[in-house]
Design a protein around this ligand. Structure first.
Ligand SMILES: CC(C)(COP(=O)(O)OP(=O)(O)OC[C@H]1O[C@@H](n2cnc3c(N)ncnc32)[C@H](O)[C@@H]1OP(=O)(O)O)[C@@H](O)C(=O)NCCC(=O)NCCS
Length: 159
């Protein structure tokens, strides 16, 4: 079974698995250094099945009573089975029991699955950051991959 069952803290020993999933999930993946920094400064969790299989991960940065969600990822073979929604619900419940009041995040305008996921958890759009992300797109002749920019949608949830 590949259903989400529980969250556990991400550790240094998990980074090879996390980095491999990151690299197959994003055009502009975080580096190993990025995850090491996040382990030092942030709240980082892995999503597990009841059998202990790793299904995905998330990286959060707490600042006073706010938490920023910096990264959420589910392995492609476990996507669209409710893993991210259940894992984030469980995470939000944990945050609610703690000192945190607000959860913020940025998401690419083109990332419909993620936007729908966050909306389904109660996040609402709270602004737009123009040209925030690097992006790839094909030139007019469809022969050449060129660098472009993409806007970020800011989303917020009050706990
Ligand atoms: C975004 C992501 C984390 C969603 O994980 P997931 O476990 O597949 O999501 P869930 O199955 O829990 O879906 C929850 C809701 O999200 C939305 N959703 C998820 N995948 C979707 C898709 N491919 N298309 C449209 N909506 C989608 C739906 O609203 C869904 O609710 P529903 O099933 O009741 O309709 C996953 O697609 C992923 O890892 N993508 C690559 C990394 C990424 O882009 N992360 C987000 C960075 S901000």
């Amino acid at each position: 079974m590949s259903e989400f069952s529980y969250l556990d803290q991400m550790q240094e020993k998990d980074l090879p698995w996390v980095l491999a999933l990151e690299q197959r999930s994003y055009d502009f993946p975080w580096s190993l250094q990025g995850f090491e920094n996040s382990l030092e400064q942030g709240l980082n969790y892995l999503f597990y099945s009841a059998q202990g299989d790793k299904l995905g991960y998330c990286c959060l940065l707490p600042v006073l009573d706010e938490v920023q969600i910096l990264n959420v990822c589910v392995a492609p073979e476990y996507q669209k089975k409710g893993v991210a929604k259940k894992a984030l619900k469980s995470l939000l419940a944990k945050l609610q029991e703690s000192v945190y009041q607000i959860v913020l995040l940025e998401v690419r305008c083109s990332n419909t699955p993620a936007i729908k996921l966050y909306q389904s958890l109660g996040f609402r759009q709270n602004g737009l950051r123009k040209d925030y992300y690097r992006a790839h797109c094909w030139d007019n002749s469809q022969q050449c991959l060129i660098e472009n920019k993409e806007d970020a949608i800011l989303m917020v949830l009050s706990l």
